[in-house]
Every structure is written in structure tokens, then in C-alpha cells.
Design a protein around this ligand. Structure first.
Ligand SMILES: Nc1nc2c(ncn2[C@@H]2O[C@H](COP(=O)(O)OP(=O)(O)OP(=O)(O)O)[C@@H](O)[C@H]2O)c(=O)[nH]1
Ligand SMILES: [Mg+2]
Length: 294
């Protein structure tokens, strides 16, 4: 068989399970997952290679109407995902309103790319409801493959892979076969810390935070990592640290444990908080944090 390779871009509304699906297709926890909207802020590639194929998945932020500059950058990642795809995985779930974001659906339809619709979270629904959604999406994307799945329970994931392989064009690999992602170690450390912040802080706090690894020094038996948590305002600094430093300690402990599992090495993690005033609205800060690379 000739070698096949291509880009499979995962798009959809916030919180429908895009990142859970990518991790499950790649078999590694590359993307962070939480119950909160806008967990994913970047485009993150996950690469799966075999002897005669290479699939380059991209996880993307959920689609939204931008209300500040950070979100504008996030939506640029989503838009470019429609340009360079060989296959689009359009993710929806059994909970979201089907007519949310009609403009984006129109863009996907007009892209003329092969679309696979994934109706996720069927573990929360019943057969009748799922069949209704199946009909609905069949009308929206005529000719598209539609798979009801549960990414959480890893139900019906295998057939997606088989179908992608059929749709991929013939061609050589884009990345070395042993490469798993386009992101570096610092990025994953930042994301691990950000996941803990999304989990433990409420309201606007997780959205006002950016995490930056200042130093990542790998030694034989340990990795020393210094990480800054940037907040938008002075008042948020105290909230992140918490009474007697309890909150930030918890973030640090949990992030360190996850990182030790991810990097398979002992970690010394140092966290501190800095104010980067209104960084979500500033081009310079957004560039510093990597939101200018599409
Ligand atoms: N019950 C159920 N929950 C799921 C399933 N897949 C994902 N979830 C949950 O849905 C929430 C959102 O999952 P994510 O994978 O972060 O969703 P996302 O689409 O990447 O979200 P954003 O990055 O914020 O756009 C998490 O709490 C997941 O555990 C599923 O099949 N069933
Ligand atoms: Mg996500």
C-alpha cells in the first residue's frame, strides 16, 4: 500500500470534548481537559504514525465570539484549522444547542473538505435522542460520516481512526515518525499548571491567568522548573496565593505530580505570581505568550 499522510483538524464549540477526543486518538494526554469552557487556548498537534501512514491531529480552542484580543488569537487558530486540513473532525455533543454558531458551520460546509461529525457524550443520553441528532447533523453536513461516540468511555473511537485512514491522501510523512507533537516540554508544563488553575479557581480567575515557564533545567535525576503565573491585576495575586499560601501550594503539588508522570522523571517545581497588567488585551504580551503563531 502507498504511504498516506495528512492533517486532521478537530473543531467545535467549547466544552464538547475536542481535547478528550484528541488525547484518546493519540493515546497520550497532550491536551488538558476540564469542565470549564475555553480550556484549550492554542492549536496543539498530536501525531500518530505507523509504517505506512501518519495522521497529524490538531486540537483547537472552542469556537466563540471574541470579546478581547486573546480570544481573537484563539479564533485565528480555529480559522486556520479550516485551511490546512485534509479531514475535519467536527465535534458536537448531546448537550449543546445544535444551532449555536451557524456562521462557523457555514464556513466548514463551504470549505469542501471531508467532514466527520462526532456526536460526543452519548453516555449522557439515550438512543432516541442520539438518533434525532444523527438526522439533524446528516442534514447539516450531507454526505458526511457521523459517529455517535463517548470519548470519556472510549466508545466507538476505533472506527473514526479507520475512516480517517481511508480519507487521507497519499504522500510522505510530514514529521519524523517518532515525533508525538509539535509542542515542547515547557509548553506541556505550562498547560499542566494551567489545568490545575482552571480546576481550583472560580469565575474570571482562570481566564485572567497565563502560565509561563521561565526555566526548565533537566539534570540526570531531576528536572528543575521555575514557573510564573501571570495575573491581570494586583487583587488577583492574593487570590492565586490564597490564605497562608495554601491555594498555590495545592496547585504546585498537583501539577508536580502530573508533570512527574508526564516527563517520567522527578520534578522540582517552583511557582510564583506576577502581575502582567491587562495582558489579554496587549499585543506584546500575547506575542510573548505564543499567541501569534498560527
Ligand atoms: N460524560 C461525558 N463527558 C465527557 C465526554 N468527553 C468529554 N467529556 C467531559 O467534557 C468536559 C470538556 O472536555 P474537553 O475535552 O476539555 O472539551 P473541549 O471541547 O476540548 O473544551 P474547550 O477546550 O474548552 O473548547 C470535561 O469535563 C470532559 O471530561 C464524554 O464522552 N462523556
Ligand atoms: Mg479543549
Amino acid at each position: 500500500m502507498a504511504h498516506k499522510a495528512g492533517f486532521v483538524n478537530i473543531v467545535g464549540n467549547p466544552n464538547v470534548g475536542k481535547s478528550t477526543i484528541m488525547n484518546s486518538l493519540v493515546g497520550e494526554k497532550l491536551s488538558i481537559i476540564t469542565q470549564k469552557m475555553q480550556t484549550t487556548r492554542h492549536r496543539i498537534k498530536g501525531i500518530v504514525s505507523g509504517e505506512d501512514f501518519q495522521i497529524v491531529y490538531s486540537d483547537t480552542p472552542g469556537i466563540l465570539k471574541p470579546s478581547y484580543k486573546l480570544q481573537e488569537s484563539m479564533m485565528r487558530f480555529v480559522d486556520t484549522a479550516l485551511i490546512d486540513a485534509d479531514v475535519i473532525l467536527f465535534v458536537t455533543d448531546v448537550k449543546e444547542k445544535v444551532d449555536k454558531n451557524p456562521d462557523y458551520i457555514e464556513k466548514v460546509r463551504k470549505s469542501n473538505m471531508p467532514v466527520i461529525v462526532l456526536i460526543n457524550k452519548i453516555d449522557l443520553s439515550n438512543q432516541e435522542e442520539v438518533l434525532k441528532l444523527f438526522d439533524y447533523w446528516g442534514n447539516v453536513f450531507p454526505g458526511a460520516d457521523i459517529f455517535p461516540i463517548s470519548a470519556l468511555e472510549k466508545f466507538n473511537i476505533e472506527p473514526i481512526f479507520d475512516r480517517i485512514l481511508e480519507l487521507l491522501p497519499e504522500g510522505p510523512a510530514f514529521f519524523p515518525k517518532d515525533e508525538l507533537t509539535d509542542r515542547n516540554e515547557r509548553f506541556f508544563m505550562q498547560e499542566i499548571v494551567r489545568e490545575k488553575i482552571l480546576l481550583h479557581y472560580q469565575k474570571e480567575i482562570p481566564y485572567s491567568v497565563e502560565v509561563e515557564v521561565e526555566e526548565f533545567k533537566e539534570e540526570e535525576k531531576i528536572i528543575n522548573i521555575r514557573t510564573v503565573i501571570h495575573v491581570e491585576r494586583d487583587s488577583q495575586k492574593g487570590i492565586i496565593i490564597g490564605h497562608q499560601g495554601k491555594m498555590i501550594k495545592r496547585v504546585g503539588t498537583e501539577a508536580r505530580k502530573d508533570a512527574e508522570e508526564f516527563f517520567e522523571k522527578k520534578i522540582f517545581l517552583e511557582l510564583y505570581v506576577k502581575v502582567a497588567k491587562d495582558w489579554r488585551e496587549k499585543d506584546g504580551a500575547l506575542k510573548q505568550f505564543g499567541y501569534d503563531k498560527f
